[in-house]
Design a protein around this ligand. Structure first.
Ligand code: GLN
Length: 199
């Protein structure tokens, strides 16, 4: 059976993720309720605005169920704001900004600064032969990782060269950029494989 992969649908670019997952043969579902979360084999947390998303998660009574699901080993993939949502620690967050956590990283929100807050770059990603065209929109970067976190990609050009922008830790994945933009679904494919192998 195809894995059921939820997309947290509180805010952000939900539709693009649902389309990418559908194109890969997964069974994509929007998630707004704890019962919908409970039916998922994996969960994507989209880009958007992490401060809004975390507030809505609380209002929708989803924050604790999300934390429990991730703690319990639910495969999860966060992009941009979703990476911030999965991070254990946030630098430059809103005062008191919370996260779901689980990913043993420190993320710096809006890290690339005003001058270059949105840009595209070809990136080599561990596990993929050809580079991906990565789209960054007011993106975070990964400031620090613990030993159990695998670095999948780093910025290759410009003043931010060397900064970590894609990671994996067991069933958790996160990218600073937006792989749901465009028609190259190889990064989503990595996550679908991860969900399949975790079942
Ligand atoms: N800057 C946003 C945040 O802090 C993330 C931007 C994005 O997801 N494109 O949540």
């Amino acid at each position: 059976m195809n894995p059921v992969i939820g997309v947290l649908a509180l805010q952000g670019d939900v539709r693009e993720h649902l389309a990418a997952l559908g194109a890969l043969g997964a069974d994509p579902v929007p998630v707004r309720r704890p019962t919908e979360l409970a039916a998922c084999d994996g969960l994507v947390i989209p880009g958007g605005e992490s401060t809004t998303m975390i507030k809505l998660a609380r209002i929708f009574d989803l924050l604790e169920p999300l934390r429990e699901a991730v703690r319990g080993g639910l495969p999860a993939f966060g992009t941009c704001a979703g990476m911030i949502m999965l991070a254990d620690r946030i630098e430059d967050g809103a005062p008191g900004q919370e996260s779901i956590g689980g990913l043993h990283i420190t993320v710096r929100r809006n890290a690339f600064g005003r001058q270059v807050d949105s840009f595209e770059e070809d990136l080599h990603v561990d596990g993929l032969e050809e580079p991906v065209r990565a789209v960054f929109i007011r993106a975070p970067w990964v400031e620090a990782v613990e030993d159990d976190v695998e670095v999948l990609a780093r910025v290759e050009d410009g003043p931010a060269a060397g900064r970590i922008v894609a990671v994996r830790q067991g069933p958790l994945m996160a990218t600073s950029f937006h792989p749901e933009v465009g028609s190259d679904h190889r990064i989503h494919g990595m996550f679908v494989d991860l969900v399949r192998s975790a079942r």
